[in-house]
Write a protein that binds this ligand. Structure first.
Ligand code: ATP
Ligand code: MG
Length: 750
């Protein structure tokens, strides 16, 4: 390490352990920091950037890639705090936002205008539906979402989708042309989907060495946080920007145990691939965890140790044993939610914590339903972190479609949406005719609407003409010097006017309609605020920001309990964490279980991420019963709970009315055992995994509870009658076992 670096910034290195310091001061080419959760990987990234700036490198020569906009903002703030804001700010952003910015400059090279629209998942689905229709493939033969997934998969792997990528059902239905037609549709619409943003940059950098060289001069220093979740397309992007043969100043930090985006094409093997691609890269391992107390860390380590494909790491903490991990069982999500809210209140009162110190981690966002109510009832401020949900509302999407068209009128998905909001006499048939004519002429709907085909009725042709000229006006307005807030107000006027009129006309549902009007008005306010923050930013900049918002971007600051998905909680930490819904089928998720080992391993990494967010207290809770839209599931605790050694667990065991055997798992008791017993009715257990055999006059029934001397409590999921009756029993915390019926006793008999 050059002596100057240490001498020039003693304070930057003072708070680091020797391994972290080695990583921060490393100067000889590519560096991989491979370390477990909470070991200071992100800290290494920020200190490394700060050190470079201290050494005199201007901030704009640094590119730091993070996983969410929120993480990017935090990183920028931390670097500023470390350097006192002395230099220009480094470029910190997500792969997607950075790619979008590059592509705005390079748009003509990929046949796009700089004002291209970014298609999100829903836009993609809309585009795919249009393509399927145009290709004469009924939606019955294939789910548009399946096609979207196929396209994404290909792009994440680093190539444009081809016929071979399409679902077999679609090919069988004669849809081989759908992949090309989809790309043509994006081209006509001057649009790019999420996968394109990354892929196109990678392709351009590979194809045009001069462009890559230029970018390398701009960003000689590159850092990537959460590297384990980069997909192959992002790897290519990085490789082209920082070619191994140039021995680039490229630092990546990551944890293979936290790879949780396999479904988006990320690959655990990335960490290995890094060492292969950037051969000779230095590797630093960080082994001290500064986040969690010992019981929490040991519990998380024990769970993830059950995965086989791991690079293997050691992780210790000096933080003391702390509290054991609490395991709680409840009858229903409502009980669980009430308990969590009550617990937050108690801890706030007794331990001088504020609501902002708590997080409730969810495997899927919908688990928050009961929580919201419970927190409200308990008077505890809580915020669900769902950055996108507002923008996913139908009326907000309508409004955004209008704004998109003001920037890019060729955006077919927005065109189709806006022309029906409010409806203006261009019916399904006319729109279909227009679509067909547009596709034939290789034009966007907007361009074709300027010369509508004769097959469209005169009235609809007139409506199309009015609509197009309205779009022209909006576009001119957006391109003028008019302030953004005024632009948005004018552009959204027709929509708002129609919605208000409808709200007045239909009194019975006016409540809901009024809410919708309010949402669109909120959008106008949001734009006004944005333009106050960034007075010169054009409408495109706002639209891009909206498109690239993700769940994790709306994490509230400090004053409320955060309810967030585990994916959104990546990289964050909280003094107290509750992981709720820790049941088989919920977490691990039933869908993942269908994918076998691969799916299960990823769920386990997700559990590891969840558990390692906690600093001082961690509670894992599960419910015996969980209702979804279609079924009531009777649940057993997540197998991951069973993977935590009992010495790290504090399980609340209620006094046993009859057979009082307190067992760590088999004996876990819910809050109101009696209600389960009463509802022990085989008809309720509709879950298809149960083999139903309730015939005969044997006392054994699928769905009933039984007690086994060694295995504890379980629920019968199958009955086989032979010479001896054997039962298939799902034991709490143990899993499914076959037992001879005479060895168990019915558990719900009083
Ligand atoms: P994750 O895997 O969850 O992304 P990470 O490895 O990026 O975690 P950081 O978020 O950088 O870890 O650090 C975890 C916590 O430990 C932070 O609160 C950080 O400030 C603290 N920390 C890291 N290194 C040290 C250190 N040397 N001394 C004191 N605190 C530290
Ligand atoms: Mg981190």
């Amino acid at each position: 390490m050059p002596p100057s670096s240490t001498a020039s910034a003693p304070d930057l290195l003072a708070g680091l352990n020797p391994a972290q310091r080695a990583a921060v001061t490393h100067h000889a080419g590519p560096l991989l920091v491979l370390a477990g959760a909470g070991s200071g990987k992100t800290r290494v990234v920020t200190h490394r950037i700060a050190l470079r700036l201290r050494e005199g490198l201007p901030g704009h020569h640094v590119l730091a890639l993070t996983f969410t906009n929120k993480a990017a903002a935090e990183m920028r703030a931390r670097v500023d705090a470390l350097t006192g804001g002395a230099s220009t700010s480094p470029n910190v952003g997500t792969f997607h936002a950075t790619s979008a910015r590059l592509l705005r400059q390079w748009a003509p090279r990929i046949g796009r205008g700089a004002n291209f629209t970014i298609y999100d998942d829903d836009d993609q689905i809309a585009a795919i539906k249009r393509v399927l229709k145009a290709q004469g493939v009924g939606e019955k033969s294939v789910k548009p979402s399946e096609v979207r997934e196929a396209f994404d998969r290909a792009k994440n792997e680093g190539r444009l989708p081809e016929a071979g990528d399409l679902p077999p059902t679609l090919l069988a239905a004669g849809g081989a042309g759908v992949a090309d037609a989809y790309e043509a549709e994006l081209l006509r619409s001057n649009a790019l989907d999420f996968g394109d943003l990354i892929l196109r940059v990678a392709q351009l950098l590979e194809r045009e060495p001069e462009l890559a060289a230029q970018l390398r001069r701009r960003w000689p220093v590159v850092l990537v946080d959460e590297f384990q979740d980069t997909n192959p397309a992002q790897m290519r992007w990085l490789r082209a920007l920082s070619p191994p043969e140039t021995c680039p100043d490229l630092t990546v930090v990551g944890d293979d145990d936290q790879a949780i985006y396999g479904w988006r094409g990320a690959d655990v093997r990335n960490m290995l691939a890094f060492e292969q691609t950037w051969a000779g890269a230095s590797v630093v391992r960080l082994e001290q965890n500064y986040r969690s107390t010992a019981h929490i860390l040991a519990a998380a380590n024990a769970v993830v140790a059950h995965n086989t494909e791991r690079l293997g790491k050691t992780l210790f903490t000096d933080a003391g044993d702390g509290h054991r991990v609490e395991v709680e069982a409840f009858e229903s999500p409502r009980d669980e939610a009430r308990w969590v809210a009550g617990r937050v209140r108690t801890l706030c009162r007794d331990e001088a914590l504020g609501p902002g110190d708590f997080a409730v981690l969810l495997r899927t966002a919908s688990l928050s339903l009961d929580l919201e109510e419970a927190f409200r009832a308990a008077g505890v401020p809580a915020v669900q972190v769902r950055g996108r949900s507002f923008y996913d509302r139908a009326e907000v999407r309508d409004a955004v479609a209008w704004l998109r068209l003001a920037v890019n009128p060729h955006d077919d998905v927005a065109f189709q949406r806006a022309i029906g909001a409010p409806s203006r006499g261009v019916g399904e048939t006319s729109l279909e005719a227009l679509s067909k004519a547009a596709a034939e002429a290789q034009l966007s709907l907007y361009s074709r609407a300027l010369m509508p085909p004769a097959s469209i009725k005169a009235k609809a042709r007139g409506a199309l003409a009015t609509f197009s000229s309205l779009l022209d006006e909006h576009r001119a307005l957006a391109a003028s010097q008019t302030p953004l807030s005024q632009v948005s107000q004018t552009v959204l006027a027709p929509l708002l006017e129609a919605m208000r009129a409808q709200a007045l006309a239909t009194r019975d549902r006016s409540e809901e309609l009024a809410q919708r009007v309010e949402n669109v008005e909120r959008l106008v306010v949001a734009i006004r605020e944005f333009s106050r923050e960034q007075p010169d930013a054009p409408l495109d900049a706002w639209l891009e920001r909206v498109k690239l918002v993700s769940d994790a971007d709306a994490v509230p600051e400090g004053t409320a309990v955060s309810m967030l998905t585990v994916h959104a909680a990546k990289g964050l930490e909280f003094p107290v964490c509750f992981v709720i819904g820790f049941e088989e089928g919920t977490f691990p998720h039933a869908r993942a279980l269908r994918d076998g080992e691969v799916g299960l391993d990823e769920e386990r990494r997700l559990a590891y991420v969840a558990m390692t967010r906690a600093r001082q207290r961690l509670t894992l809770s599960w419910c015996r019963e969980r209702r979804t839209f279609t079924e009531t599931r009777h649940c057993t605790p997540s197998r991951f709970i069973g993977e935590v050694p009992t010495e790290h667990i504090e399980a609340r065991v209620e006094p046993e009315p009859s057979r009082a055997v307190a067992r760590p798992f088999g004996g876990l008791r819910g809050r109101s055992e009696r209600s389960t017993r009463r509802s022990s009715d085989a008809d309720l257990y509709a879950d298809p995994v149960y083999e139903d055999d309730t015939g005969g006059d044997s006392p054994w029934r699928v769905g009933m509870w039984v007690w086994h001397g060694d295995l504890g409590r379980g629920r019968v999921v199958g009955v086989s009658r032979g010479v001896r009756t054997t039962l298939q029993v799902e034991f709490d915390g143990v899993g499914r076992r076959s037992v001879i019926a005479s060895w168990v006793s019915p558990y719900d008999a009083p």
